[in-house]
Design a protein around this ligand. Structure first.
Ligand SMILES: [Fe+2]
Length: 261
């Protein structure tokens, strides 16, 4: 891949995303959110990739995968007015389809196209599938870490902002009441990633998001997480019970150990 290919991809993305803005302020806020998210995921990706000492070409491939990881979100939103895959469409697969149909990547080598499309397809899968090609695993893990870091930011901002300023498509529509499920909390104690199935309250969803920390791969992702105080920003909006405090302490310690500082 050449630098000018990456520049052309950025131009394509900007033009493409621009076509989804409408006169409706609520819709535009949701589109804005994804555009901003995309560029911040690109930044996170570059930082993690540099810390892993990837070569320049691999960093450009990773950045392209980051740039397009959520390209399916725009069509998903314009068709269904939601970012919830479970009630609309798998946005990873949709994004891959768009890239193929529009021949967006055609100027780069086939092998690189395959790595990028594979990453877009699986970036939102519950678990990272296993691939014989280690580069597929590498790029996918990179984008998933970079993506989680920025999703934590999006939600930390969402939880802390007044209701009328919150982008409408961010929440899962779960009731914001004081209780939470023991099953989700248990995942945090057992260092497991919780699943979306069975969530009952907004607090369950916050706990689930905190459990993503157990799916992070790269040292620099843990460092960025600690540096940005993302755990605290989310946990501060949870009920301050002893069992939640215990789970948060375990997570904080996990991040500290994985950061290697
Ligand atoms: Fe995504």
């Amino acid at each position: 891949m050449r630098c000018r290919d990456l520049d052309a991809f950025k131009d394509w993305f900007t033009e493409y995303s621009r076509t989804f803005y409408t006169d409706n302020a609520g819709d535009s806020k949701n589109i804005d959110l994804k555009v901003r998210h995309t560029f911040l995921v690109c930044e996170n990706t570059i930082r993690i990739a540099r810390d892993e000492q990837l070569g320049e070409n691999d960093i450009m491939i990773a950045e392209t995968a980051a740039l397009f990881h959520d390209v399916g979100r725009f069509l998903q939103y314009s068709r269904y007015k939601t970012f919830r895959d479970s009630i609309s469409v798998n946005h990873g697969r949709l994004g891959a389809e768009i890239l193929r149909e529009k021949h967006v990547l055609s100027q780069v080598p086939l092998q690189e196209q395959e790595w990028i499309i594979n990453t877009v397809t699986f970036h939102n899968a519950f678990e990272v599938p296993s691939f014989d090609d280690h580069k597929k695993t590498l790029f996918l893990r990179l984008i998933r870490d970079a993506d989680k870091l920025d999703i934590w930011r999006v939600f930390a901002e969402y939880y802390q902002s007044p209701e009328d300023e919150q982008p409408s498509a961010v929440g899962l529509g779960l009731p914001d009441r004081p209780d939470y499920s023991k099953a989700v909390l248990t995942c945090l104690y057992e260092k497991k990633t919780a699943t979306l199935a069975g969530l009952k309250t907004m607090n369950d969803f916050k706990l689930l998001q905190l459990s993503w920390v157990y799916g992070l791969h790269f040292r620099h992702a843990f460092r960025l997480m600690a540096e940005r105080k993302l755990i605290h920003q989310i946990s501060a909006t949870l009920p301050q019970t002893e069992e939640i405090a215990g789970a948060i302490a375990i997570i904080e310690e996990f991040v500290k150990v994985k950061s290697g500082v």
